[in-house]
Design a protein. Structure first.
Length: 225
């Protein structure tokens, strides 16, 4: 009998550990995407998933142009709803960025509050373009077989590959993470800053799969690696 109870307790604890952490309640008070970055910014941005209309209004307020994307369903776990394709961002992307509205909102804050000042501090230059590897992709996490869909499967993630500076210099995650001093400092600062904005941030120190890009998403899991 004791063995059965011990096994049941172990299974219960394992199930609890496998669940994503509950998001904390957002602080009370007004909130705008033009606000300065604070310790509560990421929590506030995460709440936008519950109010797509408010999220789009906030993008409009900061003059970020976007077009609404028709909802899409592709199988049991792929597809997206209330997604937007952003343009007119503080820093343009080298390819279209079709993401959920909370990701678009988080990217706006990250660009303005983290990337722009970091580039000026470390390079004395502006970032004129951001290269990314993609947003929506119908697949499991890390493109491996399993039962956990990637946040990319719902357009709730983006993979950032590198940055082009105003002098045409390209700073890539692959070559710059362990590259020159200025590149290392810049990339670590924009990675660390993303952790204040997004729910899950993964980079080269997370695993080999992220050696050439930063993964940002607004899913349930919270981590900064």
């Amino acid at each position: 009998m004791r063995g059965v109870l011990a096994l049941a307790l172990l299974m219960f604890l394992s199930a609890c550990a496998a669940r994503p952490p509950e998001p904390p309640a957002a602080p009370a008070g007004p909130f705008s995407l033009s606000d300065q970055l604070t310790r509560s910014t990421g929590v506030r941005l995460a709440t936008l998933s519950r109010d797509p209309g408010l999220c789009r209004a906030m993008l409009w307020e900061v003059r970020e142009r976007y077009s609404e994307v028709p909802d899409r369903r592709a199988g049991p776990y792929c597809g997206f709803s209330q997604a937007v394709e952003v343009s007119g961002t503080p820093i343009p992307y080298t390819r279209n960025a079709k993401v959920t509205c909370p990701v678009a909102a988080a990217l706006h804050v990250w660009q303005r509050e983290v990337v722009i000042p970091a580039a000026r501090r470390h390079f004395g230059r502006d970032v004129v373009a951001i290269n990314h590897y993609g947003t929506y992709s119908c697949r499991m996490r890390n493109s491996r077989r399993g039962k956990v869909p990637s946040e990319h499967a719902t357009a709730n993630a983006i993979d950032i590959a590198g940055f082009r500076l105003s002098d045409d210099r390209n700073v890539t995650v692959l070559n710059g993470w362990n590259g020159g001093r200025d590149e290392r400092a810049f990339l670590r600062e924009v990675h660390r800053g993303a952790c204040q904005v997004f729910r899950l941030v993964l980079g080269p120190d997370a695993d080999a799969a992220h050696a050439n890009h930063f993964h940002f998403d607004m899913g349930e899991w919270v981590a900064c690696q």
